[in-house]
Design a protein around this ligand. Structure first.
Ligand code: MSP
Length: 657
């Protein structure tokens, strides 16, 4: 609560974006969603803080800048200017834009580091990784390409470097309690099970939070050969932006955040790591993290031949910012993945914006002009359809608020569109062109025209947080200038426009698109080869910690068909006598038995494994691992902090395709 203004506060954040390459439609999606909830909360009376920004440290940025022959900060300034200009074009109403290179952020992250260190939650240990000497880069096992450096393909060696670690493992129980007692803290809810069962229960490892192998980062206080690495720097932005550890006035006012909006691939970092860091700092955790789905291109990639346009600037230039925002929020269910194609976009724009809304406004204004010289007249000559129209209209705001509180943008907009369609139906029901034939119907006709104008006013108020240009244009058409007739409270009253007010014609809100022609035009705008590549990697991000695991080269379906995947049940399991990290599993695969040696001993005991259904790569050439034959391998997802086995509940031996 804001004590000086008595308003309730609302703090919403986007992830801070990597400014290493151009932002595409996927990044725009998170930011548009944050903008809509920020505008919605402001309209409904909240004191809102909306934070976005850029994540500017790390080896990747250092390298890209070096390749361009620029100092990192010079390169970053250019990139950030471009991102800010994109948000300006999208009319994103952020209150604060944080850069992790901002002095105040760097100082406050160092304060956080010191506090955690003093508490004993940070300690000096050793980080083990594969080191490429010419590139001066550390790689995880997964990142290697055929055992070599993924950048230069040269040999790498297993090396250790001193590094600071955060005691993430210490917070497992508290995290499990937190999820159990506060199920609203992470949405969609299914993600809670994923976090608890796939990551926390199998065992969290302490998190490496410093590096000495590159310099582009915030120096570790009192040990400046280290820079602070990855998530400690990035996640802290949500509190450093509010003054945490220095001037905490804003922090006291807005924290805990009402919602962190993030893509699903970084939910884990925003819950497991971020919540643990906050617990260690003795700071409240945010009220909610919402992990939204990805916008994918067909087949997960950009299809050059189809000419899909994923550059938001091009889309804004062609259809306008309101149309793009509407499309993103209405077309996709916020917690789920969705596929973007030019056809999907154009069909949605034509159906909802040109037909439903655009036609409603242009038909209504044209009829008011034609049948009553543009003058609105309140009368008491009711029709049988008025009561239902008014009831539907006055009922939208509460439904909308409820949907928006759940960040269910698509259905929130659908609530408004139900009323748009109801109003169009009212025109058909009352048939003003028939009423206009008889002078005796004049009062009834004016009543109908007034109801249309007032319904359109309600619609203009309702769409304000999502499409403010369209909202303003509709107010202009209706001649509504009084703020009292435009604000959220005015949604409680039907009949706000004064009798005698004049309407005016405006340009078509959303011109109807000739879809086949437009598809051709879009195809002709095919991005260059270079842009396609950038998008292909980023559009479907993989679950990584900051240093992305590069996608492997494309394979055909025939290549994939060579892999024989089977469901297998673990019938016995023991530790490898000569290697701490290995377990020796006996598997039942249909009628056959197999022995597999697997590097999962840090995450599972032999007892944990017995009875589990796993997925076996059954036609892998047998190898000996520390003297014991392994006849295949089992599938797991893993990174530096966790490992989850891939499993399906089907009879052993079942073929997976
Ligand atoms: N810098 C980190 C976040 C640190 S937050 C403390 C990061 N940056 S990012 O630029 O790679 O991506 C940021 C966000 O962009 C993702 O979490 C997601 O919200 C959004 N998207 C990127 N590609 C996307 C799609 N294809 N679809 C939808 N959103 C995706 O991760």
């Amino acid at each position: 609560m804001c004590t000086s203004c008595e308003k309730k506060t609302y703090y919403v954040t986007t992830p801070i974006y990597y400014p290493s390459s151009k932002l595409h439609i996927g990044h725009t999606y998170t930011t548009v969603a944050a903008d809509a909830i920020a505008r919605f909360k402001r309209a409904t009376g909240y004191d809102v803080k909306f934070l976005t920004g850029t994540d500017e440290h790390g080896q990747k940025i250092e390298k890209v800048a070096q390749e361009k022959g620029l100092e990192p900060i010079v390169f970053l300034n250019q990139q950030v200017a471009e991102i800010k200009s994109l948000w300006d074009k999208m009319e994103i109403s952020y209150d604060v834009f944080i850069r992790t290179t901002d002095d105040y952020h760097e100082r406050r992250v160092q304060n956080i580091f010191k506090k955690l260190h003093e508490k004993g939650d940070i300690y000096l240990g050793q980080y083990e990784g594969w080191y490429c000497t010419p590139c001066e880069s550390f790689w995880t096992e997964n990142q290697l390409k055929e055992g070599n450096c993924p950048d230069c393909q040269r040999e790498v060696e297993l090396t250790k470097e001193d590094a600071y670690f955060f005691r993430l493992s210490k917070y497992s129980d508290r995290l499990i309690d937190l999820f159990e007692n506060n199920p609203e803290i992470l949405e969609p809810k299914a993600r809670i099970n994923e976090m608890v069962n796939n990551f926390i229960k199998p065992g969290l490892e302490d998190l490496c939070i410093s590096r000495t192998s590159f310099t582009w980062g915030i120096p570790v206080p009192l040990d400046e050969k280290h820079v602070i690495y990855v998530w400690l720097d990035a996640l802290s932005n949500y509190i450093t932006a509010l003054g945490y550890s220095e001037d905490e006035t804003e922090f006291d006012k807005y924290w805990p955040a009402d919602v962190h909006l993030v893509g699903k691939e970084i939910v884990r970092f925003h819950t497991i790591i971020w919540f643990s860091l906050l617990m260690a700092l003795e700071v409240e955790v945010p009220k909610k993290v919402f992990g939204h789905g990805w916008i994918l291109l067909e087949g997960g990639k950009m299809s050059k031949s189809k000419g899909n346009v994923v550059d938001p600037v091009v889309l804004i230039e062609r259809y306008g910012v309101d149309a793009l925002k509407y499309f993103l929020l209405r077309e996709y269910t916020f917690g789920q993945d969705g596929v973007f194609t030019n056809e999907v976009l154009l069909n949605r724009l034509n159906a909802d914006l040109a037909n439903d809304l655009g036609n409603l406004v242009s038909r209504s204004i044209a009829m008011i002009e034609k049948y009553n010289n543009g003058v609105l007249q309140k009368t008491t000559a009711a029709t049988d359809f008025d009561a239902d129209l008014v009831a539907v209209g006055l009922g939208v705001s509460s439904k909308l608020e409820e949907r928006m509180d759940r960040l269910d943008y698509s259905n929130a907009l659908e609530e408004i569109w139900k009323f748009v369609r109801r109003t169009n139906k009212y025109i058909d029901e009352t048939a003003p062109w028939v009423l206009a034939k008889e002078e005796a119907n004049k009062e009834t006709l004016n009543n109908v025209l007034y109801h249309l104008a007032e319904s359109i006013r309600l619609i203009a108020v309702l769409i304000g947080p999502f499409m403010h240009h369209t909202s303003d244009k509709i107010f202009t058409a209706l001649g509504v200038t009084d703020e009292q007739a435009k604000n959220w409270e005015s949604l409680q009253t039907f009949g706000v426009i004064p009798s005698g007010q004049t309407v005016q014609k405006i340009d078509t809100l959303f011109p109807r698109i000739d879809i086949p022609k437009e598809l051709e035009a879009l195809a002709a705008l095919n991005p260059t080869e270079e842009k396609v590549e950038a998008v292909e990697v980023e559009v479907a991000p993989t679950e990584t910690i900051k240093e992305d695991v590069p996608l492997l080269p494309e394979i055909t379906i025939d290549d994939f068909a060579k892999v024989d995947l089977r469901v297998a049940e673990v019938i016995a399991c023991e530790k490898h006598p000569k290697a701490d990290k290995l377990l020796v599993l006996q598997l039942q695969v249909g009628n056959e038995q197999r022995q597999v040696v697997s590097g999962i001993a840090q995450f599972f005991t032999p007892d944990d494994m017995v009875g589990k259904k796993v997925i076996l790569v059954a036609n892998l050439k047998p190898v000996k691992l520390r003297g014991i034959e392994s006849q295949g391998m089992i599938l797991a997802a893993s990174d530096e902090t966790a490992l989850a086995l891939v499993s399906v509940d089907m009879p052993s031996g079942t073929h997976i395709s």
